[in-house]
Ligand binder design. Structure first.
Ligand SMILES: [Zn+2]
Length: 436
């Protein structure tokens, strides 16, 4: 097969602002790189010609937050708050799986993600209650085999989940507490050593399937552990993601344990830096939004999950207006029914009009900021493509014929119209093929 191909005649969303091209364009791809984007018909097609007339072409979506370990929990639990729900999707004694079952669990989720237009996935995958190297290897292997770009963060926490809420000592029966505390768990040192080893073998600066550091949440980690994770991230140049202030309970926990919110606590620890994403960030004060903007920490918005678990509505407009980088994700299949980024886009595009403001989140913020910024902060996902940023087809000055199609695409909430996703830049006849 010739390494060059030309996608012919699509309207493309181009550049930083993802503006629709003025007219149809031809896109020349050389191997896995975009060589040129030019007005359709300006030059003969190079290599294999692929007819894309009548189609809208955009960069791949980035799912900034996913939990592959919840793949077998779809539809299991509903109508309970996160703190109770968590005990079902991350039980102290989970069902034992084989590496093959872990591989299939990961692969099924990744396939679903690909079918919703996702080309990059950040997977915070739980390895508790003990580190099983075969299981982690199976996760990496699934993403390698599929060809998607992925960032795998084995979940890091050194405080059992049942101790991540206040009043456990006061309220739990003593014998139950003794039994739960006696459950074997990996040590902080073992977990950190494992994370470092994984980073040496799968560094995201070098690998298509790389690792990130994923300390689960401030209430699930000791202060010393949070500091150690930060040091490791700085020393090894690794991105970090952490669940922060997803529920009101978590805000109250911060006030009880640290005399402040978790964001203020993490700021005091020096944990908040660029290349760090706070997942959810639902319950935030204006002063915390200022801290996020000052420190360069991103917020990852997972509207589907937030609705399913009933956690609340993230202040996305205020975050964007405050200069905070916002990305999007789906969260795991325990809190949603599939890693469908089209569905997440759909909800984000409508949800923030809830209080009657018809400009809560403009298209630029939905399709552009959320997707693009997700890419920028999403574990330093690399573009891997050169883009032609010049040319008369850019910067339209009037409403384009493509606009209704864009609105329809993002607000239909369905991936059925999606064609031709090339996770590794391989593309033929508008349909994805299996390439090794
Ligand atoms: Zn999560």
């Amino acid at each position: 097969m010739p390494s060059k191909k030309t996608l012919i005649g699509a309207i493309a969303l181009l550049g930083e602002a993802a503006e629709p091209s003025r007219g149809p364009v031809d896109i020349v791809i050389d191997g896995r790189l975009i060589q040129e984007i030019r007005p359709s018909g300006a030059q003969p097609p190079e290599g294999t010609a692929i007819d894309m007339r009548g189609r809208l072409l955009t960069a791949g979506l980035i799912n900034g937050h996913h939990h592959s370990h919840e793949g077998y929990y779809k539809g299991r639990k509903d109508n309970m708050p996160l703190e109770l729900w968590m005990n079902y999707v991350r039980p102290l004694r989970p069902i034992e799986l084989t590496p093959r079952e872990v591989y299939l669990r990961t692969m099924i989720g990744a396939l679903e993600a690909v079918h919703s237009g996702t080309t990059t996935l950040c997977d915070d995958t739980n390895v508790a209650p003990r580190i099983n190297q075969d299981h982690v290897d199976a996760v990496f292997q699934a993403y390698e085999d599929l060809g998607i770009r992925a960032y795998v963060g084995p979940t890091l926490f050194d405080r059992p989940f049942f101790r991540a809420v206040p009043f456990v000592d006061e309220e739990f029966p003593k014998d139950l507490l003794a039994e739960l505390d006696g459950t074997p768990m990996f040590s902080s040192a073992d977990l950190l050593a494992f994370a470092k080893k994984t980073a040496r073998e799968h560094h995201p600066n070098e690998k298509r399937v790389g690792t990130i550091l994923a300390p689960s949440a401030p209430q699930r980690c000791t202060e010393d552990f949070i500091k150690a994770v930060r040091r490791t991230a700085d020393d090894m140049d690794l991105p970090v993601m952490m669940h922060v202030q997803e529920t009101r309970m978590q805000v109250v926990t911060g006030q009880l344990w640290h005399g402040s919110t978790m964001v203020e606590y993490l700021d005091r620890l020096g944990f908040m830096k660029p290349k760090t994403a706070f997942i959810h960030g639902i319950w935030l004060k204006p002063t915390e939004i200022e801290i996020l903007a000052r420190t360069g920490v991103s917020v990852q918005h997972n509207p589907t999950s937030n609705l399913k678990v009933g956690s609340g509505l993230a202040p996305i407009r205020a975050l964007i207006d405050g200069g905070v980088n916002v990305s999007m994700g789906t969260d795991g299949c325990g809190s949603i029914e599939g890693p469908d980024m089209q569905n997440a886009l759909y909800l984000a595009s409508l949800l923030h009009k809830l209080r009657g403001d018809y400009n809560r989140l403009g298209r630029r913020h939905r399709l552009v900021s959320l997707r693009h910024h997700g890419r920028r902060q999403g574990a330093r996902a690399r573009e891997g493509a050169r883009r032609n940023r010049e040319g008369p087809h850019r910067r339209p000055d009037r409403l384009q014929p493509a606009q209704p199609a864009i609105h329809a695409a993002e607000q239909s909430g369905a991936s059925a119209g999606l064609r031709g996703l090339p996770p590794r830049g391989r593309f033929r006849d508008g349909r994805r093929r299996d390439h090794s």
